[in-house]
Ligand binder design. Sequence first.
Ligand SMILES: Cc1ncc(COP(=O)(O)O)c(C=O)c1O
Length: 453
Amino acid sequence: MTSAGTDLHARAERLLDRELERFEREHPRSAELARRARSSLLAGVPMHWMVRWPGGFPVFAAEAWGARFRDVDGHEYVDLCLGDTGAMTGHSPEPVVRAVAEQAARGITLMLPSEEALWVGEELTRRFGLPRWQFALTATDANRFSIRLARLITGRPKVLVFNWCYHGTVDESFATLRDGRVVEREGNLGPPVPPDATTRVVEWNDVEALERELGHGDVACVLTEPALTNIGIVHPRPGFHDALRELTRATGTLLLVDETHTLCAGTGGYTAAHGLDPDLLTVGKAIGSGIPSAAYGFSEEVAARVEAAIGRDESDVGGVGGTLAANVLSLAAVRATLEHVLTEEAFGRMIELGERFERGVQETIDASGVPWHVTRLGCRAEYLFRAERPVTGSDAAAGADHLLDRLIHLYALNRGILLTPFHNMALMSPATTEADVDRHTEVFAAAVRELTA
Ligand SMILES: Cc1ncc(COP(=O)(O)O)c(C=O)c1O
């Protein structure tokens, strides 16, 4: 580390102590609930990872609306995390609340289809281009089910993922490369089998490695986001998607594109915006405004192969299922979200706000000379604590700085801004305003000023 870097980190340590003190002082009710939670909840939180919120305990939410929420201590926040995309629609958009309330009064789950399923399938086809759909409750499940079906119709055992990808709690995807070998990714708890039994891993943008690994002929599908969004945003190099499509076709491998986060690129995600042609596509989180819902789509050819492979009496006995999947409440939420909230017009505004966010951060970086950069995909933007834009997931991971990360998140939180945990990601919803974005720019600039003073 350079001496400038050492100074920055020494200042970051001091600022973090100050911010931790402030956080504790200003959040007495959250602190009290966190203490009480220790006797009824594992590790004192409803989801274990919540122990990692930067203040030492999480802020407890009281209510959320649009792009804002209030905590139990009465502080109001601009929410740029938006449930890590689950609330990219803004919290509780009115048309969805109405549709969900009306549907809930008329039935929640029946194990029968409703007409909404057809509307949603047709709309997803219009948006993403794939002609056939199935539904699940989480993007994780949509990925897991797609992988199962890819294995079924190809008769191949393995999945190929890109290093440092994230696709939910999908066993096959929690593998990483160490000295060229496929090993457990840190944080993979209780894995069923060693990851090299199920998974091939290559670096994002590495066409040569992709060709080599697909050449083994044992990969059922490549599971990928169209741009990595979970280790910072890592864009594809020009031509990468063409090579990926050509190589998957040439080796009889299916291409499964996960649009759960890259939906931020527009109404039909990155796939529609950039003319991708996947065999399978998954999307979850925001499509039901946070009401559990996800979808997975099939090309005509893949749909025909799946239908031919599953006898009438065989469906749902193994890896694909879920009693509550495709329930009528979930589909009512998806319909209302697609029809009224995540519209073409809304994306136009959200993407403009994303550009405004990017400009604000870039100006601060330029003015202060910190060796960081900001990057954007549609209405999602992110800053990384390294000067060069990453080309691979490993590059991006090498730019992680836990101290700065924690400080920036806490600094923002103490000033009424919630960023996505574990990276410096911000998302714009239809309810986000220019003033919300500018508030972040001011707070970010203040943090950088203090760090470099
Ligand atoms: C690209 C991608 N796919 C799938 C998932 C899993 O979503 P869920 O946790 O809602 O199942 C995530 C979660 O962050 C994701 O980023």
